[in-house]
Design a protein around this ligand. Sequence first.
Ligand code: CP
Length: 317
Amino acid sequence: MKQFTSLADVADPKALVDKVLQLKASGNSNRNIGSDLTLALLFFNPSLRTRLSSQKAAQLLGMESLVLDVNQGWPLEFEVGAVMNDNKSEHVREAAAVVSQYCDILGIRCFPGLKDRDEDYAEPLLSAFQEYGNKPIINLESATRHPLQGLTDVVTIREHRKSVKPKIVLTWAPHPKALPQSVANSFASWVLAMDYELVITHPEGYELDPNVTRGAHIEYDPNKAYKDADVVYAKNWSSYRDYGKIMSNDGRFMVNAEKMALSNNAFFMHCLPVRRNVVVADDVIDSQQSLVIQQANNRTFAAATVMKEIIELSIYE
Ligand code: CP
């Protein structure tokens, strides 16, 4: 693996899931793999799980990690030929080249603007660091994708599935803020790559990118979607069609015990952070069927496996 910016970078997604489970079972036996190597993590947006699990993953492999919380304090210019006489003090051309000198692998988190769909889906920040930097990139959640979360989620499903082709329901849920489609896009992509049955339920107007959901069944009635589900995965996203807009806050889509009772004693999943009693009722997230804490734990093993693959197949090839 040369980089990990999306599912498309993975030659065999099912084999990668096997490798995550092997690494998880192998304890502390990987400490020499990353010795003398440095992981740099750039966060243009906040994070709890991705930041700490990536640092923990580096530690498992014996790597040093450098973390820079950029947030809004480092306005970068992306335009070629820009006359930089406004508030942007550094061009991504230098920034990417400089950061590349300090590390062997570079992780980047940068959320979308949610104003211009074409721009967000072109992934300008990741593309610029690919073009002007020279180190393998790990996507820590970009404008349109969160592949480490998607990998983690299918690993968690694999650990708990009751059949080889479980029924997975991805349900949109209400939220007061307009959120990216990244987690939903990556979850759908990874579930479909596992050949699991995927049903996506949401109010009309919240259809995701059809290129992402091809192979999934769309069901606007959440009660029908939940029937016989083995896993219910909740996530809010803003509209893809009316890009970045909140089209509805339909409370019928909050995950609650009544709807879960329609399922096949389904597991509940969410990437976290989650708004309790808006996205999911307390009695569901606090139930025995909730996997949210196990999911967050698996973030470390997914990240470590991705880093190990990059080290073995790209850095020391
Ligand atoms: N799920 C996830 O990416 O969490 P953080 O935003 O806390 O990193």
